[in-house]
Design a protein around this ligand. Structure first.
Ligand code: AHG
Ligand code: MN
Ligand code: MN
Length: 297
């Protein structure tokens, strides 16, 4: 089986990028180890007013420390912090966006959660998602997996007992499957979103929604369909975040032949206005996203 390093060596990635991707992927081990002792909600809120779980903070502090010590990261932005962090001593120009722990509400019930990472190579985090150099996520499920794109296909690796990532799926392409998901309360959906979900149900789409965006999207990449966290009453930009959730996973899905949309246009072309920029999300198979955009016109 191909190791992560062997795969990276077969790509056009520069050495520093290979090292950084490997370094971030390795952090799955310490993060996983921290699960047992960091289960509780703490007396702290992030900028979205969400109460943090100890593991959100632990993973964020840990990854920021790793970025700083690596000397490879110039700037980093995290879902758990209000400002972009700068590392002026860095020797390389990578800028990173992270959701250190996506799906926090599932930590206490032992369901799959993950770490989402977007990597730019020009020292800036405030830019369109289509400029990403690479995107990756580690999923902490029954296996620890790494899904990676360096713009040469989307591949999945699994972490073995020796701490080595081995490729288990090569060149994933997202099919036109029949799964759907929608966040927010039904009573707060917009009429056009409600109509679209109704259409999906009539077309035989099955519901799959866990409360962990990264785990849900992982499933949609395999089986196809459409995941949404729409605009809803009082929240015309939805809940999920452009920099930390939409862009890295949208980039990944697009590299696998799928799409991400805000209901009208490609999310990867949106210029972030602020670090906590939120966006309504429709992500998944290309055909059904095009159908949705058509219906929304
Ligand atoms: P996070 O755990 O990083 O705060 O993100 C939670 C997100 C996302 O993972 C998930 O799809 C969604 O919020 C769940 O929200 P609801 O509880 O409103 O369904
Ligand atoms: Mn999240
Ligand atoms: Mn999070």
């Amino acid at each position: 089986m191909t190791t992560l390093r062997e795969y990276l060596d077969s790509t056009r990635c520069e050495e520093t990028l290979k090292d950084l991707i490997e370094l971030i992927a390795k952090q799955a081990e310490p993060i996983r180890k921290a699960f047992i002792t960091n289960q509780e909600y703490i007396d702290a809120k992030n900028i979205y007013g969400e109460t943090q779980i100890a593991l959100d903070k632990w993973s964020d502090d840990h990854l920021m420390k790793v970025f700083k010590e690596s000397g490879l990261v110039k700037k980093a932005a995290s879902e758990e912090q209000p400002d972009v962090i700068e590392f002026p001593d860095a020797k390389a120009d990578y800028a990173i966006t992270i959701d250190p722990l996506d799906g926090s509400s599932l930590v206490q019930v032992n369901l799959a959660v993950g770490t989402i990472v977007g990597l730019f190579d020009n020292g800036e985090v405030m830019q369109e998602g289509k400029n990403l150099r690479a995107a990756m996520y580690m999923l902490y499920g029954p296996m620890t997996t790494l899904t990676l794109t360096v713009k040469e296909g989307v591949h999945i690796f699994a972490l073995n007992e020796d701490g080595e990532y081995l490729m288990i799926k090569k060149d994933i392409r997202i099919p036109e499957g029949k799964l759907y998901a929608s966040g927010a309360l039904k009573k707060d959906w917009t009429p056009r979103h409600a109509e679209f979900i109704n259409y999906l149900e009539n077309e035989g789409y099955k519901l799959r929604y866990s409360g962990s965006f990264v785990a849900d999207v992982h499933q949609f990449i395999k089986y196809g369909g459409i995941f949404s966290y729409p605009a809803f009453k009082g929240h015309e930009n939805g809940k999920l975040r452009l920099l930390f959730e939409a862009n890295p996973l949208g980039f990944m899905v697009t590299q696998a032949g799928g799409r991400i949309s805000d209901g009208e246009k490609d999310i990867l072309s949106i210029m972030p206005e602020k670090i906590d920029h939120r966006v309504p999300i429709y992500i998944g198979s290309k055909g059904i996203i095009e159908k949705m955009e058509e219906m929304f016109k």
